[in-house]
Write a protein that binds this ligand. Structure first.
Ligand code: NAI
Length: 505
């Protein structure tokens, strides 16, 4: 399906943060763009704001002055919707309120030509309820940009029950022609990103509430072991707890209270107290000048390790062995169940059980569990938890081994699945359920999570790397530990494992 011709007129309604950004994207792609806002002067202000942003790009030598002028000439603020008759695509980015958006769409349907696509940038409302009651619901679709629209590559093209698939294909091709990375998604709560990302926040919040470690430690582990650009606490402080908590609540309610999406009481307390994050100078962290940023916990060690023994294959942790050998540590190998022995200590990748439980069930003495790292060859930090009966000497030897491999070691309380592992398997679980329910393809979900929220790896591809069977086992163990449906594994994981297949085709 072809993209809209760049000669086609595009209209954007609502000239706030998103509308202005979307108008800029369309104008940069060569379209004439009319921008409307019901607040007098707002559309003209937005065009001046875009001009200022482009001027900064000119100063940095990233845009020619001629192009700046040409883009701005294509942007026309208008003060009445009557000027939209010849538009081929209208994208509304007005306030997130169902009644206001429905009223606007009814007005647009009467004013715009029959071949005009009516797209909404809504992040939480269903396309079905937006289209309901219109004469031509088939031309209503979601075109969900991410903030800031000129910089963020992802666009979710959302189809409701009535949406015309040909128009969805046109929007997809148009977003591509505008230099974006579109994905196709069925209208379900949270679409892809706002649904699949929930465990990223929820698991860190839960671990904090259960006393795993402090925010700075958990954030550092997510960055330096998990490879995420930010941890959940610094990210929610940036997004604003009011906004992030509201999205979680809206997804939770839309899924009729499914415990997978249960909001955090700890975050609710921040909202109630007005500790909304950076914008208020206080959230999980304090942002006044006087406060030094808190440091992550890091274990030291007195021991010096010269050799260790690997029993069996360490799975995704295998690259750790090269790191150890690179530091002159002798690594001998023998058959076994995938553990590393140093002195009296036994090190193993978490499988979603408590360290104390696994030590007892598997008969492992002095057990130290390791968290997942995105890449054990290059991670700079690793989280561990330690079984209650592990001796201080054995723990010290385990920490020394990891430190000699160049890893900072952060201690978490003995909670199942540690942090990165637990976050990745729950993200993959949510992604798998979205695939199972036909919300989007596996490829589009992974792409959305990389392009929309900068994950270092798509959750489904990550689960494939871990092994679908292992991912399933961790979730089963988490579910057993907590006794909660929150961790119930998606049927798609079970089926894919039984079939011996992959999630990310
Ligand atoms: P905003 O509050 O910055 O801008 C909304 C603009 O719409 C305001 O300028 C307002 O005057 C105007 N407006 C309100 N009612 C109107 C009407 N009936 N007709 C014409 N103009 C009207 O909001 P923002 O952040 O730009 O969000 C807009 C939409 O984009 C919402 O649906 C939101 O959920 C969605 N969205 C927001 C993202 C964000 O990070 N801010 C990300 C992705 C989507």
């Amino acid at each position: 399906m072809a993209a809209l011709d760049s000669a086609a007129l595009v209209a954007v309604i609502g000239a706030g943060a998103m509308g202005a950004g979307i108008a800029q994207v369309a104008a940069e792609a060569g379209h004439r763009v009319r921008l409307y806002d019901n607040r007098p002067g707002a559309a003209a202000d937005a065009v001046r704001g875009i001009d200022r942003q482009l001027a900064r790009l000119v100063e940095k030598g990233r845009l020619s002055p001629r192009t700046q002028v040409a883009i701005c000439q294509r942007l026309q603020p208008i003060d009445s919707l009557d000027a939209l008759g010849e538009a081929r695509l209208v994208i509304e980015a007005i306030v997130e309120d169902l009644a206001s958006k429905q009223a606007l769409l009814r007005e647009l349907e009467a004013l715009c030509g029959k071949d005009c696509i009516l797209a909404s940038n809504t992040s939480s409302l269903s396309i079905d309820s937006l289209a309901a009651g219109l004469q031509q619901p088939q031309r209503v679709l979601g075109m969900h940009f991410f903030n800031p629209a000129p910089r963020m590559p992802l666009v979710e093209v959302v189809s409701g029950l009535a949406s015309d698939p040909q128009l969805a294909a046109t929007l997809y091709a148009t977003a591509k022609a505008w230099g974006k990375q579109p994905v196709q998604v069925r209208s379900t709560p949270g679409f892809i990103v706002n649904r699949v990302a929930r465990p990223f926040y929820a698991e860190s919040l839960r671990l904090l509430q259960e006393g795993a470690a402090d925010c700075a430690t958990l954030d550092a582990v997510m960055r330096e072991a998990g490879g995420f650009a930010m941890g959940a606490f610094e990210l929610t402080d940036l997004i604003g707890h009011d906004v992030n908590h509201a999205v979680t609540c809206s997804v939770f309610e839309a899924f009729y209270g499914d415990p997978r999406f249960q909001p955090s009481l700890m975050q609710k307390a921040l909202v109630d107290a007005g500790h909304l994050g950076r914008k208020r100078g206080r959230g999980f962290y304090c942002y006044d000048q006087a406060s030094a940023p808190p440091a992550a916990n890091e274990l030291g060690s007195q021991a010096l390790v010269q050799r260790c023994v690997v029993e069996g294959h360490l799975g995704v942790m295998q690259p750790l062995l090269e790191r150890l050998r690179g530091q002159g540590i002798g690594v001998s190998e023998r058959a076994g169940a995938g553990v590393l022995r140093v002195g009296d200590a036994t090190l193993a990748l978490s499988d979603g059980r408590l360290a104390c439980q696994r030590a007892r069930e598997d008969g492992l003495r002095n057990l130290v569990l390791l968290d997942l790292a995105l890449d054990y060859a290059s991670a700079t930090r690793i989280a561990i938890s330690v079984a209650a009966d592990c001796t201080p000497q054995a723990r010290d030897q385990a920490v020394a081994l990891l430190r000699q491999a160049g890893l900072k070691v952060s201690l978490l309380a003995d909670l199942p699945g540690l942090l990165v592992l637990r976050t990745v398997v729950t993200l993959a679980n949510e992604a798998a359920d979205a695939v199972l329910q036909g919300v989007a393809s596996a490829g589009d979900i992974d792409l959305a999570m990389r392009a929309g929220v900068n994950y270092p790896c798509g959750p489904l591809a990550w689960a494939d790397r871990l092994g679908v069977g292992f991912t399933l086992r961790v979730l089963d163990n988490l579910q057993r530990s907590y006794g909660e449906a929150r961790y119930r594994p998606s049927l798609l994981l079970r089926r894919t494992h039984a079939e011996g297949g992959c999630l990310h085709a």
